[in-house]
Design a protein around this ligand. Sequence first.
Ligand code: SAM
Length: 276
Amino acid sequence: MFSYQHAYHAGGPADVVKHAMLSILLERLTAKPKSLTYYETHAGRAAYRLDAPEAIKTNEAAHGIARILPLAAQAPAILSPYLTLQGTPNRYLGSPLLAANLLRGDDALVLCEAHPREHAALADAMAKHANAQVLQADGPAHIPTLLPPATARGLVLIDPAYERQQDYAATASTVAAMLKAWPKAVIMVWYPLLPEGRHVGLVNALENLEIPATLQAELCWRKGKGRGAYGSGQLILNLPYGLEDDLTTALEWLLPHLTADGDDGLLRLGFLHPPR
Ligand SMILES: C[S@@+](CC[C@H](N)C(=O)[O-])C[C@H]1O[C@@H](n2cnc3c(N)ncnc32)[C@H](O)[C@@H]1O
């Protein structure tokens, strides 16, 4: 337990895909005046240095945000809030700080992180965001007990490290528990695309929930699967109306830039269940 540290992966291609999509969702949700609540089950430390030994060791950001930022001026407008927030050299904002910057003062954030050191760093990083509640807790167990929020509108990000095979089934159960308490929740689930295909049971389980407007987006930066993750998978349940076009625009633009040199990338994007 807890061998995973996101500092080794910050700003890599999976982060770019997941965080670009998250930013687009938050832009859309905050376009309406009513306040909302943002929850994260697995928040991480929120602020990462790309010149830290962990980031240098894997060099993942070189294949992710470092490829995208120099092209920011050519990117579709829908990506500009994400790219603007990531514009400081050698610094990468994780999902909690991206969300805090995109949300408004009367929106609330509830962030769970179980690792003591990551939780302490998260609490530091969020200190100046008075609307953020930072909890050292088992996010998948704790957040369903808090639902539904007083705001009625909101978004949940579920972004586990999937260190154990059972984490896939556990994620499906967490989503079911959340929807039972809060049927209208917009829930974004991230999963890695690995050669072993471990995500298939999770995707099937979430498809079987039959939630309207369940969108699946998978961006593969390598088709010859090789070792390690070859792509980033996202499922969004209760996707806000019409957002698939913005997500398609963003991911189609990102695809060739995130694709490994000499390989063909692949984007799969579509509804598992259409909007009502
Ligand atoms: C993939 S990282 C999160 C990255 C973050 N969401 C982002 O995009 O910036 C997963 C995090 O979950 C934490 N974690 C693992 N098990 C957890 C649990 N049961 N509850 C809360 N956090 C957990 C890990 O310590 C790690 O920091």
